[in-house]
Design a binder for this molecule. Structure first.
Ligand code: FE2
Length: 277
């Protein structure tokens, strides 16, 4: 099974590159399942129903979120009628929406996708380790589903790596989001879980985390109230993680970074590109 995860889509540059490139990747790489983090898709802050529909229409099977889940207030309402949109599973009880879902991949596999948020340098939420363990226990790999992807939306690489090793062998993929910087640590853990500390963002990398530099610099230099952060407006780069999953075990057998666009060194999964040639 072929799974592609795309990191945080930031503003119009992120949405444009996903709309332009993902449909082609979906067919060229014969992807079975695509998960996209969309928590910054609306100008850097949250997601609207129209944008969520666009991401799903471009080829995402599931859209995940994070700390900006409800920056666009309409998400509090439409998330209830959009089962393919996930907010972190460890948000307080009673929060609208859901933190995990099972979808049927193109190859017929049942894929459990879960979104969980870290707590280091983040909001004080429920214990992500206990909550995600409970989620997986309710739907174990090989019993309740054929593959499991966990989007760990967190600031600290230590917390992300701890969660990945905690889940190693029990899930197919643990991929980090939130920092908007792709890390060079894509690997298979000993138990067979594919891992990357951060998938990076789909957005304009000539920026500060996808936002126009001026206001961000000003906030570091001056301590006076300023204007709102605005998403950068240049060309977007796609960033994410490609994973080949063994259909028999649900564990990962190959993993590679994906970077396609003008500002980062290009990276494509050789194991799928060579299959095409
Ligand atoms: Fe975030």
């Amino acid at each position: 099974m072929r799974l592609l995860f795309l990191g945080d889509v930031v503003g119009r540059p992120g949405r444009s590159v996903v709309a332009r490139v993902l449909p082609a990747l979906r067919s060229a790489w014969q992807l079975d399942c695509v998960v996209v983090n969309g928590e910054n898709a609306a100008g850097g802050f949250g997601i609207t129903e129209a944008i969520c529909d666009d991401l799903l229409g471009a080829g995402a099977d599931v859209v995940t979120l994070g700390n900006h889940s409800f920056d666009q207030r309409e998400a509090l309402v439409f998330i209830e009628r959009q089962p393919r949109l996930l907010r972190p599973v460890n948000f307080p009880a009673g929060t609208p929406g859901r933190g995990a879902t099972i979808i049927e991949a193109r190859n017929g596999a049942r894929v459990l996708v879960a979104n969980v948020m870290g707590r280091l340098f983040m909001d004080p939420l429920d214990d992500p380790f206990a909550v995600i363990a409970r989620t997986i226990d309710e739907c174990p790999l090989g019993e309740g589903c054929d593959a499991i992807l966990v989007d760990m939306h967190a600031e600290a690489t230590s917390e992300k790596q701890a969660l990945a090793h905690f889940l190693d062998g029990r899930v197919s993929v643990v991929v980090g989001t939130h920092t908007h910087v792709p890390t060079a640590d894509v690997r298979l853990l000993p138990g067979g879980t594919a891992y990357q500390s951060d998938a990076g963002m789909c957005g304009d990398y000539q920026s500060i985390l996808g936002m126009h530099p001026d206001e961000s610099i000003r906030r570091f230099v001056e301590k006076t109230p300023g204007s709102r952060l605005e998403a950068a407006g240049g060309e977007g780069t796609l960033a994410g993680l490609a994973v080949e999953i063994d259909d028999a075990t649900g564990l990962a057998v190959k993993a590679a970074a994906v970077r396609i666009g003008p500002h980062l060194a290009e990276a494509r999964p050789a194991f799928w590109e060579e299959a095409r040639a």
